[in-house]
Design a binder for this molecule. Structure first.
Ligand SMILES: [Fe+2]
Length: 271
């Protein structure tokens, strides 16, 4: 049962809208339809980067067209495939307390907040939090040390064992670890980039990466020197915060779900 003060944050990642392959926008549209079909609508939607494949203006227009059906606020940060300046031009200033020069800001979702970090480095596949970005995070966290907080960024600070992907994660993860370890109110660190769904311990909290909207890549763990994957359905994460209970993260398949009422509040189905 929901209360007036619960918060639901929907998290999608890496749609890679691609002007060279126009059909790649279809899974993003399906993700939007999925979020809009949920009986408990998300309060906000976050996208952890790689909105586009090439960072082209037309791709961002396509992205914007695909997400237009969302009736809740949408917040985006850049990934390595993105063009920060184009995103800033198209999406404008997002959230509050924005860091000048970056797409880094705070999202206020009732009692919960999401700190959206910009790890983009033009021309590079890996990510970084230099140029004041890490200091901004430390300052925001110090401002409200009791408030339940999610930290979102494209590049994860930990690898998952696939060598070519582990080589392009976040640079200097220890620096981020030091900042977050000092703040036990950080309930999750949420990342994209890997196109696979993982859960790991990091900095005294829980680090999750998320499969992309167009597919989840389960790597062949027996061949870590290669990147051989089984492509599985696209996923989103639903982070549900309840007062007094904390945060529960649900994994939701974008396509193919069906609704069943197994318990109607008084009795189980079939009884
Ligand atoms: Fe990426």
């Amino acid at each position: 049962m929901t209360t007036a003060k619960d918060v639901l944050v929907a998290h999608i990642s890496d749609p890679h809208v691609d002007s060279h392959s126009p059909e790649r926008v279809r899974p993003l549209r399906q993700a939007v339809a999925h979020l809009m079909s949920l009986p408990r609508r998300p309060d906000v939607v976050i996208v952890t980067g790689d909105l586009t494949e090439h960072g082209e203006a037309g791709e961002y227009e396509q992205f914007r067209g695909a997400v237009a059906a969302l009736d809740m606020p949408l917040y985006v940060i850049p990934g390595n495939h993105d063009d920060r300046a184009r995103m800033q031009g198209l999406f404008g200033e997002q959230g509050t307390h924005g860091l000048p020069g970056f797409m880094q800001y705070q999202v206020d979702a009732g009692p919960l907040r999401v700190l959206m970090l910009d790890t983009h480095v033009p021309g590079e596949a890996g990510g970084r939090l230099d140029g004041g970005r890490l200091e901004w995070l430390a300052e925001r966290l110090a401002q409200e040390p009791e408030r339940p907080t999610l930290v979102a960024l494209h590049h994860p600070p930990l690898g998952s064992g696939v060598q070519v992907m582990d080589a392009i994660t976040l640079d200097d993860p220890q620096a981020l670890e030091r900042v977050i370890t000092a703040h036990p109110n950080v309930l999750r660190v949420l990342c994209g980039h890997m196109h696979t769904t993982t859960t790991q311990a990091f900095a005294g909290t829980v680090l999750m990466t998320l499969g992309g909207t167009e597919g989840t890549f389960l790597p062949d763990l027996g061949q870590p020197e290669k990147f051989v994957i089984q492509v599985q359905p696209g996923l989103c994460l639903l982070h549900h915060w309840r007062p007094g209970a904390g945060l529960t993260s649900f994994t939701s398949v974008i396509e193919g779900g069906r609704t069943l009422t197994l318990y109607d509040g008084q009795k189980w189905a079939g009884q």
